[in-house]
Design a protein around this ligand. Structure first.
Ligand code: V47
Ligand code: SF4
Length: 371
């Protein structure tokens, strides 16, 4: 279909087909695509661009999967392999929490609390499921006001295997221990042939979708990601997003879609280089247009870099993610971005893109200004 026909579908609120999305990927008219996506983002979230005060923690990089695109993971006994104890994790959170706005912790509690911990890690060969339950319980006991967003579908599947519990019971046990929501990692690209080349040991796309469906039905909201810029084609990207859109039609449990730009350094995927800024913006914009049932599109500044992430806010994205504090996964693979942004730096990026900065909680509720 021609771009002009696709352009007419958007204001009429008509759903794009896979063919439309593919035509957009094959078009170089990035400004028209961006303008359309910005229009859709505006109709969903007004002029708002969200951010969150969060801290990433990776309890271990020891992983039995050793995906070929992952520069973060190690095998047990390798140089650089690490595992954090629950005590160390609590200390990290404590240090971060205490540096945040002093008045938040003041006895009168006049400033609304919004803190998110994002926890994902490798599939550790020896740690039992109880370790993860205890970790959640202890974090929640010490910091009851902190939202815990944790574990990719890949970890959930692994927990179910090591615990002998069904997927549903695994998820319910985690929820009871304090899990608040799930990040969108592990999706990579669903196409089986590409998936086998980039992460042969990882659960397949069908299982990823099944874990998410079970999580959503257990009342756990999540995000969804797509790793792009490696061996996949545009067709694979569209197929991937179609599967997400179909699942979202059934459950409504996804909050944000996050395209993840592949970083090649120190990985086993050769010859791809970094993604281009044009591809990053196009992918953000087309995801906004195609995933009409996703409330939010996140421009994860760690992977895009601060400047492309800022531009992405004019190409359909409405969320920059957050302060992050400590990032290991992308930085092991040659990320050029910094490790952390302060709240005022995030606000500045958003305002200079002509958007309204909105600090949010983990469910996209605005955190109101201090009383
Ligand atoms: O699943 C690993 C990706 C993901 C590389 O839900 C890489 O809010 C690029 O999912 N180059 C984990 N990407 C990160 C993730 C995430 C991040 C931020 C926010 C949220 C959210 C989720 O990172 C992995 C994999 O797809 N990844 N290695 C690499 N070399
Ligand atoms: Fe392990 Fe995740 Fe890295 Fe794959 S991407 S090797 S599952 S940590």
């Amino acid at each position: 279909m021609s771009l002009n026909k696709i352009k007419k579908k958007i204001p009429a609120g008509k759903r794009l087909t896979s063919g439309d999305a593919l035509a957009l990927f094959n078009s170089n008219d990035i400004f028209s695509i961006g303008r359309l996506a910005d229009h859709v983002a505006g109709s969903k979230n007004g002029n708002n661009a969200y951010f969150v005060q969060n801290h990433h923690i990776n309890p271990t990089n020891i992983c039995v999967n050793r995906c070929r695109f992952c520069a973060f993971s190690r095998s047990k006994g390798d140089k650089g392999a690490y595992e954090l104890s629950i005590k160390k994790i609590i200390l990290k959170i404590k240090k971060w929490d205490s540096t945040l706005n002093e008045s938040v912790n003041s006895p009168d509690r006049r400033v609304p609390l919004s803190r998110e911990i994002h926890i994902v890690g490798g599939l550790h060969p020896d740690r039992p499921f109880d370790f993860y339950l205890e970790m959640l319980r202890k974090i929640k006991k010490k910091f009851p006001y902190i939202h815990i967003k944790a574990f990719t579908t890949v970890e959930i599947d692994y927990f179910s295997k090591i615990s002998g519990l069904s997927l549903k019971d695994t998820l319910l046990a985690l929820k009871n221990a304090g899990l608040g929501s799930m990040p969108g990692g592990g999706a990579e690209i669903f196409n089986g042939r590409v998936r086998n080349r980039i992460c042969p040991e990882k659960i397949n796309g069908k299982r990823w979708l099944q874990v998410m469906e079970t999580a959503h039905r257990a009342g756990i909201k999540s995000n969804a990601t797509m790793l792009y810029g490696h061996l996949e084609t545009y067709k694979h990207r569209v197929e991937h997003m179609l599967k997400l859109r179909d699942l979202q039609d059934r459950t409504g449990g996804f909050q944000a879609f996050i395209p993840l730009a592949f970083h090649p350094m120190n990985t086993k995927i050769e010859g791809t280089g970094y993604t281009s800024g044009i591809d990053d913006l196009k992918t953000i914009a087309i995801s906004r247009l195609f995933l009409d049932n996703f409330p939010h599109i996140k421009a994860y500044w760690i992977m895009l870099g601060e400047k492309i992430a800022q531009l992405a806010l004019m190409f359909g994205a409405d969320d920059l993610d957050g302060t992050i504090i400590e990032e290991k996964i992308t930085h092991s693979a040659g990320a050029l971005s910094g490790n952390a942004l302060t709240k005022s730096e995030l606000i500045n990026l958003i305002e200079k893109a002509g958007k309204v900065p909105v600090e949010r909680d983990s469910f996209y509720n605005p955190v109101s200004a201090p009383l």
